[in-house]
Design a protein around this ligand. Structure first.
Ligand code: ADP
Length: 315
C-alpha cells in the first residue's frame, strides 16, 4: 500500500488527572504521554499495520526518546525525526475545566519543533511516499510550514494524494499568513477532514450543505466532518453517509480526531470502500477517548474488529 507521510509537531503531554479550575486543584498530574496531532495520526496508522512516516524534530532528551520509541514500536518510520542536541522537546500541559473544556499551556515555540530543518532522510521520504497528510497546526509554525508545503508539492507532483485536517486552535488564528496557507492547501486536497464548524473557514456558504457542495465542486474528492460524540458524516460527489457515535465512557478526548483520521485515510488508501473506512474510523475515535493520554487509545485492527463486533451484539 501507499506509504503515508506527515510533517509536524511531536511533543509530550502532561495531563491533570481530574477536572478543576486550576492546576493546584487538579493534582496529581499524569504523563508524560507521547503526543502531537500529526504524531498521533501516524501512530494510529502504524498500529493498524500500514506504512507511515513522520518528518519532525525533537530534543535529545527523555521526552524526545519517549516519542521516538513509541512511534517506532508501533511500526512508524522515524527516519525523518531529527534529534537536536541542546534543544528541548515540545511540551503541552492540559487541564480539563469543570465543564469538560480543555485548557492548554504549550511550550512549542521555544522547542525543537520550531527549528525543524529538512534533513536528507526527510527529503528521501518526500521523494518516496505516495500520500501526504497535513494538519493546520504544522502550518502555524513558520519553518515547519515551508517544509510541509514542500512535501505537498513533491508528493502531488508525482501523482500522489493529500489529506488535510485543519485542526484549527484559537491561538493559531492570530498567526500572520496562516489563513493564506490554509486556503492554498484546500484546493489541492483529496480527502478533507474538518471538525464541526471548521468547514466555514474555507467557504462563505451560509450552511453546511452549501459549504460541502461548494468544496466538492472546487475539486475536493471526499469530505468527512467529525462531530465528536455525535459521530461523523461522509460526503463525495453523489454520496452522503452518516455514522452515529458509539456510546463509550469519555476519559480524554484529545487524539480522537487523529485516530479517526489516520484510520479513515489508511483504509481508503488500502482500497476499502467509504462505508468501511467510516465505520472503522468511528470505532477508532470512540476507542481513543476511553484512554487517558492522546496516543494511548490508538487501536490495532483486531481491537477495532472486536469493538465493532461487541457494538453490533449490544444493538
Ligand atoms: P477532533 O478531535 O478532530 O475535533 P472529534 O472530537 O470530532 O475530532 O472526534 C473524532 C471522531 O471520534 C468523532 O467523529 C467520533 O467518531 C469519535 N468520537 C469523538 N468523541 C467521541 C465520544 N465522546 N464518544 C464516541 N465517539 C467519539
Amino acid at each position: 500500500m501507499t506509504k503515508i507521510l506527515t510533517v509536524g509537531e511531536i511533543l509530550v503531554e502532561i495531563i491533570a488527572a481530574t477536572k478543576g479550575d486550576g492546576f493546584r486543584e487538579v493534582q496529581p498530574l499524569t504523563g508524560p504521554y507521547p503526543s502531537g496531532a500529526p504524531a498521533i495520526f501516524v501512530d494510529q496508522i502504524g498500529r493498524l499495520g500500514f506504512e507511515a512516516a513522520i518528518i519532525g524534530r525533537v530534543g535529545e532528551d527523555d521526552f524526545g526518546h519517549l516519542n521516538i520509541a513509541r512511534l517506532a514500536a508501533d511500526g512508524v518510520d522515524v527516519s525523518g525525526v531529527d534529534v537536536a542536541a541542546g534543544e528541548a522537546t515540545g511540551c503541552a500541559f492540559v487541564r480539563y475545566r469543570p465543564d469538560g473544556a480543555r485548557s492548554f499551556v504549550y511550550t512549542l515555540d521555544g522547542s525543537a519543533t520550531a527549528t525543524l530543518a529538512l534533513t536528507e532522510a526527510g527529503e528521501a521520504l518526500m521523494g518516496s511516499c505516495g500520500h501526504i497528510h497535513i494538519m493546520g497546526t504544522a502550518l502555524s509554525v513558520p519553518g515547519m510550514a515551508g517544509i510541509a508545503l514542500q512535501a505537498v508539492d513533491r508528493v502531488k507532483a508525482r501523482g500522489g494524494t493529500l489529506s488535510f485536517d485543519p485542526n484549527i486552535r484559537a491561538e493559531m488564528l492570530n498567526k500572520p499568513s496562516l489563513q493564506e496557507k490554509l486556503m492554498g492547501l484546500i484546493d489541492r486536497t483529496d480527502i478533507f477532514l474538518p471538525s464541526g464548524n471548521e468547514l466555514f473557514h474555507f467557504t462563505e456558504a451560509a450552511d453546511e450543505e452549501g459549504a460541502v457542495h461548494e468544496l466538492l465542486s472546487r475539486g475536493i474528492g471526499e469530505i468527512v466532518i467529525k462531530r465528536g460524540d455525535k459521530g461523523a458524516t461522509y460526503f463525495a460527489p453523489g454520496a452522503h453517509l452518516d455514522v452515529t457515535a458509539h456510546t463509550v465512557e469519555e476519559r480524554d478526548p484529545t487524539g480522537a480526531g487523529d485516530c479517526f483520521g489516520g484510520t479513515f485515510v489508511a483504509l481508503r488508501l488500502a482500497g476499502e470502500p467509504p462505508e468501511t473506512a467510516l465505520r472503522y474510523a468511528n470505532a477508532a475515535g470512540a476507542r481513543a477517548v476511553t484512554e487517558i493520554g492522546p496516543m494511548e487509545g490508538a487501536s490495532t485492527r483486531a481491537e477495532l474488529e472486536r469493538f465493532l463486533e461487541d457494538a453490533e451484539a449490544r444493538r
